[in-house]
Design a protein around this ligand. Structure first.
Ligand SMILES: NC(=O)c1ccc[n+]([C@@H]2O[C@H](COP(=O)([O-])OP(=O)(O)OC[C@H]3O[C@@H](n4cnc5c(N)ncnc54)[C@H](OP(=O)(O)O)[C@@H]3O)[C@@H](O)[C@H]2O)c1
Length: 339
């Protein structure tokens, strides 16, 4: 990395706006001389991903299918999944694009989906937790868990554990979580993670779920190191997607043409899935192909203690209904990698 690239990158990071808009990716791609993703091949790889029926996930799935990967989409809407897969098969000339149906907040549906995925694919090279939404109205999952955390924290946690055998078989393999810079505002607090009907606020619930994601990624990374499974989270910047149009219309109007395209927002996710560099170190949080700190505020940093992390891990184990009878040796019950 050149001195100029580092200086510009630091200035962008400091400004936030410059970093998260298309200004950030445009400058960094030139200064860091990003290697093009076009022309890469993933012919023998299996990619399982949620949230590929729209926005960033759709663009990432398109990139993987173009590279020849076998792509499995986890989607909550069967008709949409069917149409998405048909369109991807047609436009990429890759017949190996399929789906399983599950809402990522529905633990029973995820268990069925995982069983089907394991039946289809003894080896999974990349698992991507991309499904996410910022919902103004509080809802609960079939298990009674507030839906933001159910679908973006508990469900992905369960799915990771259920697919571990196939990830181990494919090692070196990758588990990638699409988080958000929105998490910078929220401390780590297990007690406040699942918001009640009395205090629910969609933006806060979303930011807390995203904070939990980046923390769990660091914990998973340590746990899975010996299995040669790397675990990363990433932030796409601010990208113009159907999700942003639906949840943040005013923000979308204000930032307007400076929003990234969905393809641009998905760049680092695709790069994390296909490039060799992310295999070198696990448990990082990325934006524009560089690792970033998970804290920008001293208040959130203070909240991030070993005890709170341990509590988060136990909370996720309990909420996802993972029992000690989970397949032998496959699942860590505590966040401490030495145990
Ligand atoms: N766009 C941004 O600027 C931005 C910034 C930071 C982080 N992110 C993150 O990027 C990810 C993708 O967002 P996006 O902007 O591409 O949004 P999007 O266009 O709304 O796409 C979201 C995808 O997730 C799926 N999904 C949502 N909740 C689900 C659930 N409970 N079960 C199964 N699938 C579910 C949606 O399925 P349906 O098609 O059925 O709705 C859709 O495929 C999210 O995790 C989001 O938090 C985006």
């Amino acid at each position: 990395m050149s001195l100029l690239a580092n200086s510009v990158d630091r200035a962008l990071e400091w400004s936030v706006f410059g970093s998260f808009t298309r200004i950030g990716s445009a400058l960094r791609s030139k200064l860091d001389r990003w290697a093009p993703l076009e022309g890469r091949t993933m012919t023998d790889r299996v990619v399982v991903m949620s949230g590929a029926t729209s926005g960033l996930g759709l663009e990432a799935a398109r990139a993987f299918a173009t590279m020849g990967a076998t792509v499995e989409i986890i989607a909550r809407n069967e008709a949409k999944a069917d149409a998405t897969c048909a369109e991807l098969r047609r436009s990429t000339a890759n017949a190996k694009v399929n789906y399983v149906v599950a809402d990522t907040g529905d633990l029973a549906a995820l268990r069925r989906a995982a069983a089907e995925l394991l039946r289809r694919h003894p080896a999974i090279h990349v698992l991507i937790h991309n499904a996410g939404a910022l919902d103004d109205a509080r809802q609960t999952s079939p298990e009674g868990i507030e839906l933001t955390v159910a679908s973006q924290v508990v469900g992905p946690f369960l799915l990771t554990s259920l697919l571990l055998p196939a990830l181990k078989t494919a090692a070196p393999s990758r588990v990638l979580w699409v988080s958000s810079g929105g998490m910078y505002s929220e401390p780590l607090s297990v007690d406040r993670l699942e918001m009640s009907a009395a205090d629910y606020d969609g933006t806060t619930a979303y930011a807390r779920a995203k904070r939990a994601q980046v923390t769990l990624v660091e914990l998973w990374a340590k746990k899975l190191e010996a299995d040669r499974i790397v675990v990363h989270s990433m932030h796409p910047g601010w990208a113009d997607t159907p999700g942003v149009a639906r949840s943040l219309p005013t923000f979308r109007r204000v930032v307007g043409p400076l929003l990234r395209t969905a393809r641009d927002g998905a760049d680092t996710l695709v790069w994390l899935a296909v490039d060799d560099a992310p295999l070198a170190k696990s448990g990082l949080f990325w934006l524009d192909r560089r690792p970033r700190p998970i804290h920008r505020l001293s208040s959130t940093e203070r909240s991030d203690t070993a005890d709170e992390r341990e509590r988060l891990w136990r909370w996720a184990v309990e909420k996802s209904g993972i029992s000690p009878a989970q397949p032998a040796g496959s699942f860590p019950q505590t966040s401490d990698p030495s145990r």
